[in-house]
Design a protein around this ligand. Sequence first.
Ligand code: COA
Ligand code: ZN
Length: 334
Amino acid sequence: MSLRQASTWAGAGRRIHMQEVGTRDGLQMESAFVPTEEKISLIDALSAAGLAKIEATAFVSPQAIPALRDAEVVLRGIERAPGVVYTCLVPNVRGAERAIDANADELNLVMSCSETHNLANLRMTRAQSFSALLEVMALARQAGVPVNVSLSCVFGCPMEGEVDPQAVFDWSLRFAEAGARGITLCDTTGMAFPTQVAGIVRGFRERFPSLEATLHFHNTRGMGLANVLASIDAGADRFDASLGGLGGCPYAPGASGNVCTEEIVHALQLMDFDTGCDLPALIDCAARLPGLVGHDIPSQIVKAGQRLDLHVPPADFATWRDRALAREQAAASH
Ligand code: COA
Ligand code: ZN
């Protein structure tokens, strides 16, 4: 038996859908404005790298998120690769009209499971958000555009603390009944931990077996990959991740990067999961980021390379090896 097969995490070719959010969740935090043509070129390169879905941009208020003020131009400018779903974050009816007009494949609506975080991020109570989002969903239905709902703070709120999983299931049910095709369970500020994740993913899948379920983790406390593996073990097969590990919600104190796309793909491929991704292509995309955002990126894979990217031994290696072998021989002949 090989070491890989001995693992309880063996993927055995199981399909895992990777969804890139770097061009939305990643860039929304950046103070540098990434030029529109660079965003388009990056998304086109990501489209060729085998991702299932790309959150290309957000149709939000340009005053609130200036980094994404070019949403229309980006979404109209990219090349649509067959099989890739191009989704966009939409906070309200105004955003939905803009996204539908620019031909989004899917609208990604946001609401928080935490009242405080919802007020801080969206300036509405959860009940107000829900009724506003019902209007957005009606508009999307008329236009024939599917809707995904991203629920923030599912695994904890940086201002309120614990979030009751029952509240998560209740809001999910209301959105499912209103016609959402998918729900994303978001760990907005990296508060999730593996045993908690396993319980919530199992509970969610039991209640909503036919909904498209995505897990969205941030690596704020170093538990990102562990949470992905715990989710897979509990039956999940869709993950948001961000190229280079960029990302974070500007309205959540202590927020930091999403789980890093190339790190997750690298790990899952080693474990024989089928991510559909071209890892070297993803790494090339990530390597562009420091030049675009003007700072170093969290990605360990861009820094360290893949597991079997080998290094040449040091220059004086042959000398030390020969001396060591000579000593070994001398000792053996005594
Ligand atoms: N697209 C473009 N402009 C928008 C917009 C949208 N989707 N939603 C609101 N606006 C504009 C309004 O036209 C108005 O502009 P004006 O001042 O020039 O007239 C301004 O934003 C304020 O609009 P208002 O309806 O009063 O909304 P608000 O100020 O309460 O903003 C949000 C609410 C949530 C729409 C806005 O704060 C926002 O887009 N935030 C971003 C949230 C986000 O992306 N968070 C991170 C991801 S979870
Ligand atoms: Zn996020």
